[in-house]
Design a protein around this ligand. Sequence first.
Ligand SMILES: NC(=O)c1ccc[n+]([C@@H]2O[C@H](COP(=O)([O-])OP(=O)(O)OC[C@H]3O[C@@H](n4cnc5c(N)ncnc54)[C@H](O)[C@@H]3O)[C@@H](O)[C@H]2O)c1
Length: 440
Amino acid sequence: MSIKETLIKDLKEKKARVAVLGLGYVGLPLAVVFAEAGFHVTGIDPDSRKVDSLNKGVSYIPDVKTATVERLVKSGNLTATTDFSVLKEMEAVSICVPTPLRQTGDPDMSFIISATEELAKYMHPGMVVVLQSTTYPGTTREVLLPKLGAEQGLRVGEEWFLAFSPERVDPGREDWTTANTPKVIGGITEACGEVATIWYAGAIKTVYPVSSAEAAEMAKLLENTFRMINIGLVNELAMMCERLGVDVWEVIDAAATKPFGFMKFTPGPGLGGHCIPIDPLYLSWKMKSFNYNARFIELASEINTNMPRYVVSRVMEALNERGKALKGSRVLILGAAYKPDIDDVRESPALDVIGLLQKKGALVEYHDPYIPHIHHETDGWQMDSINDVMESVKNADAVVIITDHKVYDYRAIINSAKFVFDSRNATRPFAKDHENVVRL
Ligand SMILES: NC(=O)c1ccc[n+]([C@@H]2O[C@H](COP(=O)([O-])OP(=O)(O)OC[C@H]3O[C@@H](n4cnc5c(N)ncnc54)[C@H](O)[C@@H]3O)[C@@H](O)[C@H]2O)c1
């Protein structure tokens, strides 16, 4: 049997040892899905707290149940380590490391590069490697391919296999999970795509192969750019509606009754999370090397980035109408996570809104049931979530809803607060029009 045939046989029989590099929001659910499918999975992460927690059978990602981790660790299907040398025993490796932006707004490839360099030391014939981190088109071929297998003189597509598969996990979501969300895969060669597809199809319900790693990389960027641009569009619509004196939420709900040709997006205080605000900028950065300006991305990014400032200006105006200056006013931020019912504050617009309010002299506090503490390293401030939310609602001059967590009692909040600025339309079901409430 050829190296490829042996590897395919091992993958189909779940005998291939699987490693997941990076055990965060993407890597841990993926490791669990492979382990649930019957593979022996080793998670590798330099963060020893995550590794220790997993080996004790305890999950630190809300979407992954501790009972599941405990069961998989006990059965021996899931284990974790900080030691990359275990890679020499692995046949299938998935890379799920972060891809943030640098301060300058350029892609920060350092995590992909360091994970690749570690993996390069332990490459051997009969390995399949899949990159899952969201990145610019060309990364798999230009960054991973030259580093992996080169030292050992391994031929890609014959002795080892390399592919890209974009991650679509939506934290906090229960209907579409890592196991049942269709997975796009594109290989560096046809054989690479074939091997990677066979591996993933052993654990994930639907796998959708495409002809190249670049097509798979670009598909992810299309998905997230599509969201970013449409959010930018409705954010601009919100600003236009305010000038026109029209209720943007009513307009969007009305348009959404069209059964075809329209998809509902809602405005808000700005983009957040690890994906939508960042990934399209990977694409626009790459396009600059082709002397091409990704105009839609830049325009949407400009509108979305300005939303926290817009929210603060609306709060200031509304307080002014109530005879109060923002300076010296007590402002309570409700919700700091970048989206409802999750504990992730990365890139959350709440951070910008809090910072801007503080700069204008407001006395800001926040509450988030999922985020007890915020440490904004770049801007140099930190804050604890307040304990008694209803007491603070009563005392605040302005309550600003940034994240519409389900646990909040919005009816009680609007009835107790002096004034509420609702950037998410969370209060509408309880009071369509209420003198204390101003909506985005
Ligand atoms: N979180 C999401 O909802 C989501 C959705 C789709 C795509 N993505 C993409 O998936 C990738 C991972 O995102 P995430 O949210 O899981 O990040 P994360 O920060 O939650 O997890 C990444 C993990 O990688 C580890 N790590 C760092 N350097 C490493 C190395 N050299 N080797 C091994 N592990 C290393 C970190 O310690 C961390 O545990 C990113 O590219 C992100 O854009 C994320």
